[in-house]
Ligand binder design. Structure first.
Ligand SMILES: [Zn+2]
Length: 358
């Protein structure tokens, strides 16, 4: 193999990639126009302070190979390191470019494409390849986030039924699954700037008339077996820091939250939708979006797989202001050194899929 410094590596000191996250497909295309730009990004993400050999610790510009651009050879010990090792792209025959586009599509706020659409958009020849790729990217989004939320911000807690209607069984909630939701209410002034998912730096609009200077912070969603106190209390305890102000409706299942070291604010709404929306605006918007996503995109989801979809929804929701953090995360690229600190949002302790175990 011919050893030489390849062109894309020489460009790795180029600081043009330090710009803000791409805010649209067009911008994304501008930042990642070709395979070299993807390699440069990967190189900078893996070696933010320059190449360091994982075997001998030698630092400097490694050798590159024209016919194997993924390979870096240490000039000290001459051992090889793959640029993609440890990432989701390792051992894949697809171009990095295709993976980058796939990751951008699944982490952007308008997700929900079928494997067939995905295949067409990315120009992948075989359906199975597109299917597997989409599956791998989405698998990175279904790990639940476990660190408790709330603290200095109040949270809204409520439950909702999700699932498809069943015909021929009369009115009512047949085969629906109960989901508990908790969302932080944060003052807008602490919001992290313009929403990158909206054109031209528009401010995020959460809740329309309910917004009034607040935005939704972190979210948790979990399937719960029922609305009993012995279910709802462990649900809140597992997800919300003690001492937090917890807002609920007047349901009796929440009656004793104040005894669990929470500041409990309950408003009896008795099925009055207007009142409920006024008291718990954020979580109801979340429930509405969730419903639309499950029905519109996935045409309903069986209870067996619902928690994985809830986790994916939460993953994207919690990173909606920083799509590039989500992007790195699904590609399993090492953590960004410049990742925003948002109360431990990104160093969440990953666990097993969040099935109910209360
Ligand atoms: Zn070495």
């Amino acid at each position: 193999m011919e050893e030489k410094e390849s062109l894309w590596m020489l460009n790795a000191d180029d600081t043009s990639l330090e710009q803000d996250s791409p805010k649209s497909l067009t911008e994304f295309q501008g930042v990642f126009p070709n395979e070299d730009s993807c390699r440069t990004y990967l190189y900078r993400a893996r070696f933010p302070t320059g190449f360091a050999c994982p075997y001998c610790g030698w630092t400097g510009m490694p050798y590159g190979f024209r016919n194997q651009p993924d390979m870096l050879r240490c000039r000290g010990c001459r051992r090889n390191t793959r640029l993609t090792s440890g990432t989701i792209m390792e051992k894949s025959k697809l171009p990095l470019y295709t993976w980058f586009w796939g990751a951008f599509l699944v982490t952007s706020l308008t997700p929900g494409m079928s494997a067939l659409q995905f295949q067409k958009m990315l120009g992948i020849r075989r359906y199975e390849t597109a299917f597997n790729m989409l599956h791998k990217l989405r698998a990175a989004m279904v790990r639940p986030e476990r660190d408790p939320i709330g603290g200095e911000w109040p949270v809204e807690v409520d439950e909702t039924y999700v699932g498809g209607e069943t015909q021929g069984e009369g009115r009512g909630r047949h085969h629906k699954t109960l989901v508990g939701g908790i969302v932080e209410v944060r003052p807008r002034k602490k919001a992290p700037g313009a929403d990158p998912n909206l054109p031209s730096g528009q401010r995020p609009r959460h809740g329309g008339g309910h917004g009034r200077g607040f935005i939704a912070g972190r979210l948790r969603l979990q399937i719960i077996p029922n609305r009993k106190q012995e279910t709802l209390e462990p649900f809140v305890l597992a997800n919300v820091r003690t001492g937090t102000e917890v807002r609920t409706d007047g349901w009796t299942g929440y009656d004793n939250l104040h005894k669990l070291d929470y500041t409990h604010i309950a408003v009896p709404v008795k099925g009055d939708h207007a009142k409920t929306d006024q008291h718990l605006p954020m979580i109801h918007i979340v429930f509405g979006n969730l419903d639309a996503w499950l029905l519109g995109t996935h045409h309903g989801v069986s209870p067996k797989h619902l928690q994985a979809y809830l986790n994916e929804f939460v993953f994207r929701f919690n990173r909606r202001f920083w799509p590039m953090v989500a992007f790195d995360s699904v590609l399993k690229i090492a953590a960004r050194v410049d990742a925003p600190t948002y109360a431990g949002l990104y160093k969440g302790t990953w666990g097993h899929p969040g099935e109910w175990d209360g």
